[in-house]
Design a protein around this ligand. Sequence first.
Ligand SMILES: Nc1ncnc2c1ncn2[C@@H]1O[C@H](COP(=O)(O)OP(=O)(O)OP(=O)(O)O)[C@@H](O)[C@H]1O
Ligand SMILES: [Mg+2]
Length: 465
Amino acid sequence: MKLDILIIDDDKLVNEFVRDTLVRHKHEVVTVFSGEEAKEILEQKSFDVVVTDIKMKRISGMDILRQIKSGPVDTVVIMMTAFGEVDNAVEAMKLGAFDYLQKPFSPDEMELAVNRAGDFIKLQLENKRLRAEVGDKYKKMIAKSSKMTKIVDLCQSVAPTRSTVLITGESGTGKELIAREIHTRSNRVDMPFVKLNCAALPGGLMESELFGHEKGAFTGAVKRTLGRFELSDGGTLLLDEISEIPYNLQGKLLRVLQEREFERVGSGSSIQVDVRIIATTNRNLKKHIAEGKFREDLFFRLNVIPVEVPPLRERLDDIPLLVNHFISKYCAETGKEITGVDDSALRLFMKYHWPGNIRELENCIERAVVISQNKILSTKDFPSSLVLGKIEDHGAGFRVGMSVHEAEKLLILKTLEEQEGNRTRASEILGINPRTLRNKLTEYGVAETGSKEISSEQADLSQTE
Ligand SMILES: Nc1ncnc2c1ncn2[C@@H]1O[C@H](COP(=O)(O)OP(=O)(O)OP(=O)(O)O)[C@@H](O)[C@H]1O
Ligand SMILES: [Mg+2]
């Protein structure tokens, strides 16, 4: 495991010796020669491991240890002590040092200590991940359909890399959840996951939101403020609704993606960051490019790993699991004891076109759990728009201006939909004989056994995409 290591020793020889040993083992090493320098760099950057001398002028290794242990990051600290400083070493261990090495030590001893630190870090990560999984039981991603399991596999394989991911999909399909999943499965899991909605702010503010600003950079800039790029250093930055990012910022964003550096607004010096970018959009970026609203070069930089999330209506296999998942989620929240949905409700879900995708399904279930008096949810617990939605989507509802023919067609189809495709009942309600109904339906292209046929007796729940 490659580690980010900071070496602190005012003795140049020791410093070089340790650095050479660790660089030989392919670690990323930074060296400083005083506690002051160490403090400064630790404020800007976090390390996996800090190897520090105990005794230094002014700011000692113990001070550094205290500073690290009071901070938010679990950096592993290894102390180096001179002969006769065992008391200090014991004190350091009490304060949370991971290990200590007594000078003079061999390269092997150093390597051993760092390897143990590496193993420890790995364990810590694993623990965090497990804890996150248990704690966020209801944030887990449900994926049963082949389309979604493919996406889960893709997340798994790209998570450990730093490659930029572009997630596209309709509203409510789970783009943000997927972005978080990638972050959680990466070794950045204990670093920040920062989100910025690119549609939420006007251009001027957006720049400072992304890159931060210096005090006095513009009216109202009363103090230095860090941007999202700095805040997510070491972690993941989610740029939500990327299509909405102002054109003049697209070039600046491109530069960060290419060079991993940028300047705060009002500053001349560039800042380097290690950030994994995930962007999402529910727009067609290719169209935005064609219309000159989105830079093509930025698109290619973002689209390194494209993830296309299908709408819910194209992955019906996920519906039963999602339904149960949301039922237990809202039962846990409300203390109700609902065990599931009945067949007719499930059939309804399989037919509905879900314009709001999973978010809409979740809202539906939440509402039904709250209002239902029964242990099993049924069609009456769900809004009638679920029943009619499919037809309404194809042609609007009744309106002045539509022909009698159109109105008749709409009435017949809506009635049939409401009766779950039962033609006998539909014809009774419509007051026409079943033969007439059948002829009308044939005229509308609703065949007896065709794909539009919705029979309550034999709706196919195992339908795949
Ligand atoms: N596969 C899934 N399993 C469980 N819950 C999911 C799944 N996909 C989405 N959700 C839930 O659905 C809701 C909407 O998901 P999310 O916010 O990720 O969608 P989005 O694509 O980012 O939407 P928008 O485009 O509107 O921002 C969230 O509450 C999320 O937890
Ligand atoms: Mg979103």
